[in-house]
Design a binder for this molecule. Sequence first.
Ligand code: PLP
Length: 365
Amino acid sequence: MGGDELDLVRETFESNWIAPLGPQVDAFEREFAATVEVPHAAALSSGTAGLHLALELIGVARGDTVVCPTLTFSATANAITYVGAEPVFVDSNHATWNLDPELLREEFETAARSGTQHAAVIAVDLYGQCADYGRIVDVCEEYGVPLIEDAAEGLGATCDGRPAGGFGRCGVFSFNGNKIITTSGGGMLVADDEELVARARYLATQARDPAPHYQHSAIGYNYRMSNVLAAIGRGQLRVLDDRVTARRTNFDHYRRALGDLPGVEFMPEAPYGRCTRWLTCLTIDPGVAGVTREDIRLALEDEDIEARPVWKPMHLQPVFQGCRVRGGDVASRLFDHGLCLPSGSSLTEEDRNRVIGVFRGRFGD
Ligand SMILES: Cc1ncc(COP(=O)(O)O)c(C=O)c1O
């Protein structure tokens, strides 16, 4: 937590707005929209809820196909199945680790040749780095496919000088406990289109029609954010810049201390934007390094230090077996050799030095 959260929560208690609506929710939406430079925002119970609503609002329905990167957290692909659609996985570009725009174009071209069209694309801002929107937006416009930005991991990042979240018809953020700022759990859907965001709020509030009695003309969800958690979110938003600085400091320290090791490569920062380094990620080429990613992970685990492999690609997940995939080798390689180091905003130099010591020790230093 930063400094103001507890005061804002106290204010909430004093106002007695302990509900999934209230002045803190309204203020958090306004302040968040201003931060990400998108005019409208709806505060939700999770990022996953935001993805589900975004797909429904765009009109994705049963039998449709939706493209997303294979290298992502399962929530991206799960949401596609919630509306009865089928995910189509596309590989990463090795220089950004994000959705490869050229493969996306090929996928659209193949669909067009067979007289079909994908209903939407969800691009993901992986590990704090925006996808290549300069190219992805053009490809989506050329083929008339709506774009959703899954910015759950991207808050605070930029692409071509613009903040993450504003590149698609909808952008979705997460405030889960592990994110760069948190409300313990929560999400936000943002869009330029005021009506679309109003509809998101309506669906997220059990689709209650404007009537004095309880009337419903659509199936709704219980997806709104609590006023108490919105108070935490407002306090967290005030320290977002500090959090980005802390994450980038982690990354810079690790890279300075480990970048000389043979076969170790850090996740590249794409030239079009600023990565928050939400997590510090690297790959270890065992042929050059003489040790595997798993050797390092286990050596850290022995010292009670948690490090995790890079996301296991969706096309390798048992639950998505049989789904279409275009490419996949880049993501598979990143999974086989990739490691996420401890990256919390509260890590001290001493903490990082402990990680670095174990890491170098496994290399025989
Ligand atoms: C890429 C990505 N999309 C979606 C989500 C889902 O967000 P939430 O946990 O708030 O539902 C997460 C993280 O949890 C994520 O990393």
